[in-house]
Design a protein around this ligand. Structure first.
Ligand code: GLN
Length: 519
């Protein structure tokens, strides 16, 4: 077998899987090529936190055997990298799980997250030797904001990640390593998590496709918790098709996550390909009603972002979609609502890091209380501490009713607003973020400025709805650099198939998602 004529870095997930099954090249060859690229190029980007070549190659050899035995599935042997918020069994993978925090430096998880197991080896006892997993090869773990708190990756305790389109800019966050690695063609797909936009916004800033599914579609078991009522996992890849393949394998009921939805498994790739009623080859989106909330196109929206989003919507119109005006009147309120609920849940979730069972423990402490205090002050970074303090405050006696309870009521109203929209349309669309990727350090001294930039991703998170970021062209910096813009598509509960179908049709007709940054 040779890789002659086939550049493993040029191919996405679907193309790679096909080449592997056709025995055009082996998973070992693909994995070797990507590992070499990571060694060569990632120093300038900082997307990977942990890589283990030998173990990755062993996984690739196992995948090759599975394919040779005729047991390869649609993802077998294709490399993937995981946001370092997913637990990876250390004994199996040699990969630590740090959540981008000093608190968990070197932490060796005794188990795999459900997402990791489903995409990779599966779990023991599947009966057919496959373990029931998709058989993807884990290339490594990806940098992220500490405990997924942030939107620029600058809150990582390890290193900032750089945007492959312009290395003086942020890749977005908190799944910044995931988006940067996929954009730089270091890996064809990555996992991410999205609590208030952390898959969609970095996908938008790095020009890749990402989907945050309906809350409950993907198991949170083994995902380091930030805000449990909002956290969801999803894929980032080059295309809607590749996202559909990964999301199908990741999703499904898991009894170990009490909020996991008990629904029959869905084939999202088939849903993505399904022809709409009344559609033709030229008009695949015939009859699709796309709702544009006026609040998603405020006058202060960056003109180049608005222009790119409108151009993508015009393409969808050409493909048969109908644009309708809708309203999400509480869009602005989603910022204070989210920044009360998410820190409240975070302050509770992070109370487990006390230096006793796992995580950083301060060296010298006179008594137990001092050990707690020192371990936490040394282990957590500034943004995490800020959120713990806000969360503790809004939950405290006397303030609970004024803040937390009000936020919960508004959260319900925001969800109701979406249901009113879905009376009039199938999909809600707008920008993912109000700007393109900003310069490293530009918002470092002003956390509120960063919070405000989450305005378009927070509503779907609060409502628990699926949201997708689709490359929609480019804005240009003063220096003339092309900076990607993302179109956001939001669907009703469990309508991931509709989103992927619409995005796929757009990607069949346009080539924004195929553009690559200079290597
Ligand atoms: N930027 C948001 C925050 O800082 C969202 C992060 C996320 O989705 N994990 O909380």
């Amino acid at each position: 077998m040779s890789t002659a004529g086939f550049d493993p870095r040029a191919a996405g997930v679907a193309a790679l899987a096909q080449a592997l099954r056709a025995r055009q090249l082996s998973s070992v060859e693909v994995t070797q090529a990507l590992l070499a690229a990571v060694r060569r190029e990632d120093q300038a980007l900082g997307a990977f936190l942990h890589v283990d070549d030998e173990r990755a190659l062993a996984e690739a050899r196992a995948a090759d055997l599975r394919i040779a035995g005729g047991e390869g599935g649609p993802l077998t042997g294709v490399p993937v990298a995981h946001k370092d918020i997913f637990a990876t069994d250390f004994a199996r993978t040699r990969l630590p799980t740090t959540a981008g925090s000093k608190m968990l430096a070197g932490y060796a998880s005794p188990f795999d997250a459900t997402v990791v197991a489903r995409l990779g080896p599966g779990s023991a006892g599947a009966g057919d030797g496959s373990g029931g997993g998709a058989g993807m090869v884990t290339l490594g773990k990806l940098n992220c904001d500490e405990f997924a708190m942030g939107s620029s990756n600058e809150n990582s305790a390890y290193a900032p990640v750089r945007n492959p389109w312009d290395r003086t800019r942020v890749p977005g966050g908190s799944s910044g390593g995931s988006a940067a690695a996929v954009a730089a063609r270091l890996v064809p797909a990555a996992t991410g998590t999205d609590t208030g936009g952390s898959i969609r916004q970095p996908a938008s800033f790095c020009g890749v496709t990402g989907i945050k599914p309906t809350y409950g579609l993907v198991s949170r078991w083994g995902m380091v918790a930030f805000a449990s009522s909002l956290d969801q996992a999803g894929p980032l890849a080059r295309s809607a098709e590749d996202c559909a393949l990964l999301l199908s394998a990741m999703s499904g009921f898991d009894p170990r996550d009490a909020t996991s939805a008990e629904r029959p498994p869905v084939d999202l790739h088939a849903a993505m390909l399904q022809r709409r009623e009344g559609a033709t080859a030229a008009r695949p989106l015939a009859g699709l009603r796309i709702g544009l909330p006026q609040e998603f196109f405020p006058p202060e929206l960056a003109p180049d972002v608005a222009g790119a989003v409108r151009a993508a919507l015009a393409e969808m119109e050409k493909l048969g979609a109908v644009l309708v005006d809708v309203s999400l009147p509480r869009t602005e309120l989603s910022i204070p609502v989210y920044y009360i609920i998410a820190p409240a849940e975070a302050s509770s979730n992070l109370s487990r890091y006390d230096g006793v069972r796992y995580g950083h423990r301060a060296a010298a402490a006179a008594d137990l209380l001092e050990m707690y205090k020192k371990s936490r002050s040394e282990g957590f970074g500034a943004e995490v501490k800020r959120r713990v303090m806000i969360g503790t405050y809004v939950l405290s006696h006397g303030y609970y009713d004024a803040y937390y309870l009000q936020a919960q009521k508004l959260r319900r109203m925001i969800a109701d607003d979406f249901q009113a929209c879905f009376q009039r349309c199938d999909v809600v669309a707008g920008p993912v973020a109000p700007t393109v990727a900003w310069k490293l350090g530009a918002q470092a001294d002003d956390p509120v400025k960063a919070y405000l930039a989450d305005i378009f991703t927070l509503p779907a998170s609060l409502a628990g709805l699926p949201g997708m970021s689709v490359p929609a062209g480019f804005a240009h910096s003063a220096a003339g650099d092309a900076l990607p813009v993302g179109l956001q598509l939001i669907g009703n509960y469990f309508a991931e198939g509709t989103l992927l179908n619409a995005a796929h049709a757009l990607q069949q007709a346009t080539d924004w998602h195929l553009r690559e940054p200079r290597r």
